[in-house]
Write a protein that binds this ligand. Structure first.
Ligand SMILES: [Zn+2]
Length: 635
């Protein structure tokens, strides 16, 4: 998954000692599943299942811990219309009072098939962990939304034969192999529940598919579904960068663990921005104008490289604690700073290597990200590892208070941790080796169909030691347990660069402002504020803990009304920040807090302030070396 808190501003798999009954109930017969998306625009998916059963107690469960989401957030609240039938007669079910995801029943004597039906209700706007997956013109089907499976079986052991109906005239894309397509529906190859849940479907009225590795095996396809034909059209430059991304991963890993790779890209303002990784595909959801607006594209630049990198790091190789036998077994999130953190680092590095980000844009992104981390006081009480362990709480935490609570920092702060490791390997081996060698050794191996090889921290440490001998265990422990002050910027320094502030706007921040309709003064006063014309117009976002605005009494959720007695606008606030630079007077802001007006005086006299990367005099440009294209340039 990719974290979008900022943008919004706004092996051996452990055997469980399972009860054999449930698996035996199934008798090796696949579950027949029929899903109907024809009412997607009405925000309901219908599903029917047929389970082979024998007489006696039988329990079905709904997926709770969703791979890649790292949290027990299977949206059970919107599972409705649940009915069980045997030979046409309704069978009473009872939910387990100790587990609301489990539905038990007593299969009557002589019954061999249990028919189950359900409706899944999709929200139109995000509600807690439940997010929209369908709009008027686009639908995404993560199969876990519409399946039950027998309790206590391994998801590898239970097989599903799925059939899907989509609205007339719509097209679809998925990594799941299709066996038959007719006016009656799409039939898929019988696969394990693991593969089914790992292979979502993207469907839509306006879809366009781009071949990203013409004439080569395995195939790579970019499937775009949009709210109009025009918005699904990519520019030649975008297609070139996607193709370069494919060859860059070939150069990096030397192996691919999929039969074909499908990027599923929904470009619509009616689903929530997100990305979810799978072995042979990724479910990416971005704003409608992403392929046509430079500022929106800028804020989404690392999403596709991030989710693609996960096919190797997260899917093929996965922390043992996240390699659970089914979707009810709790996950252990403590190594997310590798699963998500290494992916976050290479997501941005590959965005640069593929040419999607020019060097200046890459620098501006890093400067903004690292400056934010460096100013985040939450590190003083909560270490990086705890943000990973707490991820099941933090993904749904509100933005307000995030600089003190800490958000899911194992994404961005791990960019620093892995940049540190990368530059250290380069230093210790006089430039002969790099973190790329670790990726090739750890995530490469043999190409072929999807497979999962779990790992522990010791495995990572051992592999790094084989590349460049060092006390890597201590290296990581110091970084994941650090309390600062400030972010761990050693790697940035070793890469030849440092953060410097001046009054010139940071280009990445500017794109975020344009795309998100905010005015951002977080590096000066300490807050961003939503611009006019939005539902949350004038609302102040997170106020950086300890910043001049926080000290003056401002908090997230207040509304900015006026600056020095005049109705606020971005230009007026900017002018006030400039004017205060040569003055001893505080910047006077009128804010609304619930129904009460309050004047706050922000003591800030350093003018506008934005971060940039500045080359350290005389140092080698290691960062430039890291970001350089490694494969031959595609045409
Ligand atoms: Zn991720």
């Amino acid at each position: 998954m990719r974290n979008f808190v900022r943008v919004a501003v706004g092996c051996a798999v452990v055997a469980l000692g399972m009860v054999g009954d449930a698996a035996a109930q199934q008798g090796g017969k696949p579950v027949k599943l029929e899903v109907d998306l024809r009412e997607a625009a009405r925000r309901v998916y219908h599903a029917k299942m047929e389970f082979a059963v024998k007489a006696g107690p039988f329990t079905l469960v709904y997926p709770k811990w969703i791979p890649g989401e790292h949290a027990p957030n299977g949206p059970i609240v919107d599972v409705t219309g649940v009915r069980f039938f045997a030979n046409g007669s309704e069978v009473r079910w009872r939910r387990d009072p100790g587990d609301v995801y489990a539905f038990g029943c007593e299969v009557p004597a002589g019954v061999e098939v249990l028919d189950v039906q359900m409706d899944y209700l999709l929200p139109q706007d995000p509600v807690g962990a439940n997010v929209p997956s369908a709009s008027a013109q686009v639908a995404v089907l993560p199969w876990n939304l519409v399946v039950f499976y027998p309790k206590d079986v391994k998801s590898d052991d239970v097989k599903f034969s799925a059939k899907l109906r989509i609205p007339a005239g719509w097209k679809f894309a998925t990594a799941l192999p299709v066996t038959k397509e007719s006016s009656d529906g799409i039939e898929f190859e019988t696969v394990s529940l693991t593969t089914l849940v790992d292979s979502p479907v993207l469907a839509g009225a306006y879809m366009k598919t781009y071949d990203l590795s013409p004439g080569q095996k395995p195939e790579h396809r970019m499937n775009v579904a949009a709210d109009s034909a025009a918005m699904a059209e990519a520019t030649p430059e975008e297609i070139r960068a996607w193709r370069q991304l494919v060859v860059e991963t070939g150069a990096l890993f030397g192996a691919r663990h999929y039969r074909r790779y499908d990027f599923l890209l929904a470009v619509t303002d009616h689903l929530q921005v997100n990305g979810l990784e799978h072995h042979e595909s990724s479910d990416n959801r971005v704003p409608e104008r992403t392929l046509h607006d430079a500022d929106t594209a800028e804020t989404m630049m690392d999403l596709l490289p991030h989710e693609f990198f996960h096919s190797w790091n997260g899917k093929y190789r996965r922390p043992a604690g996240l390699s659970t036998p089914n979707y009810q077994e709790p996950m252990r999130d403590e190594l997310l700073w590798i699963y998500e953190g290494l992916t976050q680092y290479y997501g941005v590095v590959l965005a640069a290597r593929s040419g999607a980000w020019k060097p200046e844009a890459f620098h501006e992104y890093l400067a903004a990200t690292f400056a934010r981390l460096d100013a985040r006081p939450g590190r003083t009480w909560r270490d990086l590892e705890d943000t990973a362990i707490s991820s099941q709480l933090l993904y749904s935490a509100r933005e307000a208070g995030s600089t003190w609570r800490r958000p899911v920092d194992y994404y961005e702060e791990s960019e620093l941790v892995w940049l540190d490791a990368d530059t250290l390997i380069r230093e210790k081996t006089a430039g002969k080796k790099s973190l790329d060698d670790f990726c090739r050794a750890f995530h490469g191996g043999e190409s072929g169909a999807p497979k999962l090889i779990p790992y522990t921290l010791d495995d990572v440490v051992a592999r790094l030691n084989a590349i460049a001998p060092y006390d890597w265990k201590k290296f990581f422990e110091e970084r994941i347990h650090s309390h600062g002050p400030g972010a761990p910027l050693e790697g940035l320094k070793r890469s030849g660069w440092k953060i410097a502030f001046n009054a010139t706007p940071n280009e990445h921040v500017k794109s975020e402002e344009e795309a998100g309709h905010v005015f951002n003064a977080e590096f000066s006063l300490g807050f961003a504020v939503h611009a006019a014309g939005l539902d949350n117009a004038d609302e102040v976002g997170e106020v950086v803990w300890g910043s001049p605005a926080a000290k003056a009494g401002m908090a997230a959720g207040m509304k900015l009304v006026a600056v020095s007695g005049r109705k606020w606008s971005p230009d007026i606030l900017r002018e006030a920040i400039r004017a205060a630079k040569d003055s001893k007077e505080a910047i006077e802001l009128l804010v609304e807090n619930n129904e009460f007006y309050q004047t706050v005086k922000v003591d800030w006299h350093e003018g506008e302030r934005y971060p940039h990367l500045e080359k350290i005099a005389g140092a080698a440009d290691v960062l430039g070396e890291i970001a350089k294209m490694k494969a031959a340039a595609v045409k």
